[in-house]
Design a protein. Structure first.
Length: 322
């Protein structure tokens, strides 16, 4: 009788293990094969292209079709059920959450990277450092000339004064369109809710902003770190130059001037940063499950690191900059 019981228990354990293994194989297959549509915030296009390329390299039977759109459009498409998966540089606002609740739409948010907002100029421009107050005055149109910016850096002041009376002295801002999360972020965080100046040129893509800043010597543009990275950690596009920024708080306290750098985004020294999310309304195990797992684990986080952004679960080396 004892032998029969042992035999039964052995068979029971073997059956449980067998079914578990089969279930795992089926789940893994479902999560790493097939086709999926993904709407991507245009601000994160370079990063997500790199992520998808690596995911598809590791999973040969997976195909992710990317649709690049302004942030608000991608979120609207998710709410309206046109897509089930998006990458966004922000979470839902109160109005969007209300619609989702009304429609009884369940969703999950997965933070997987920290991005930064940089303010770039033409490399020939002598300006190197600006305060948050300077940026507000520039982008609202209050300050219209580079020579009108006065800082604690006497060498910079001298060089900017030399622009007075020249065509390059005119400040020409290039900004993102209204339905971009970057437009909203800068308006809320830098302009303190004020409107952009009438002298600002609205661009439909970051590619346009980069092109204008490369060509116009008096230009200033707004871009995310994802677009400046060259896909090699700590190396960024040298055809434009990000400004060092010092934030002046409402209390009057002023932070140190911080370079637009991955390590300084990671430790919080650079003031303008935001989280990047994968958001899904898929409820079953699908390709989106596998891609989400990839993004938040080692392989996907390595891609984030390599592309100049800050991983949410991997250490970043911080260096001392002069």
């Amino acid at each position: 009788m004892k032998n029969q019981v042992l035999t039964f228990l052995t068979l029971l354990i073997f059956t449980a293990v067998t079914f578990s293994a089969c279930d795992f194989k089926e789940i893994k297959s479902t999560a790493t094969t097939g086709e999926m549509k993904l709407a991507v915030d245009e601000n994160q296009e370079p990063l997500i292209k790199a992520e998808v390329s690596e995911f598809e390299r590791l999973n040969k039977e997976a195909k992710i079709n990317l649709i690049f759109a302004p942030t608000n459009k991608a979120i609207a498409d998710l709410i309206n059920g046109e897509v089930q998966n998006i990458v966004s540089s922000r979470t839902f606002n109160a109005e969007e959450k209300q619609i989702l609740e009304k429609n009884k739409t369940a969703y999950k948010e997965y933070p997987f990277a920290i991005d930064g907002i940089g303010f770039i100029v033409n490399p020939s421009n002598p300006i190197v450092r600006v305060t948050s107050d300077d940026l507000k005055k520039i982008l609202t149109g209050e300050t219209k000339l580079w020579s009108g910016i006065v800082s604690q850096d006497e060498e910079q002041n001298k060089k900017l004064k030399s622009l007075a009376g020249t065509a390059n002295d005119k400040i020409v801002p290039f900004i993102q369109r209204k339905n971009s999360s970057t437009y909203d972020y800068v308006r809320d965080s830098v302009l303190k809710g004020a409107d952009y100046g009438a002298n600002s040129t609205v661009c439909s893509t970051t590619v346009q902003i980069l092109g204008f800043v490369r060509d116009v010597k008096g230009a200033i543009g707004i871009v995310s770190m994802s677009w400046l990275s060259k896909g090699i950690q700590e190396e960024i596009d040298s055809t434009v130059r990000p400004l060092r920024v010092s934030k002046i708080w409402d209390t009057g306290r002023q932070s140190n001037f911080s370079e637009f750098h991955q390590g300084l985004l990671a430790n919080g020294d650079y003031p303008y940063r935001r989280t990047v999310y994968f958001i899904s309304t898929d409820q079953d195990i699908k390709l989106s499950t596998g891609f989400t797992t990839f993004l938040v684990r080692t392989d996907g986080q390595k891609v984030v690191l390599k592309n100049g952004l800050v991983p949410v679960s991997q250490p970043v080396r911080t260096i001392q900059l002069n």
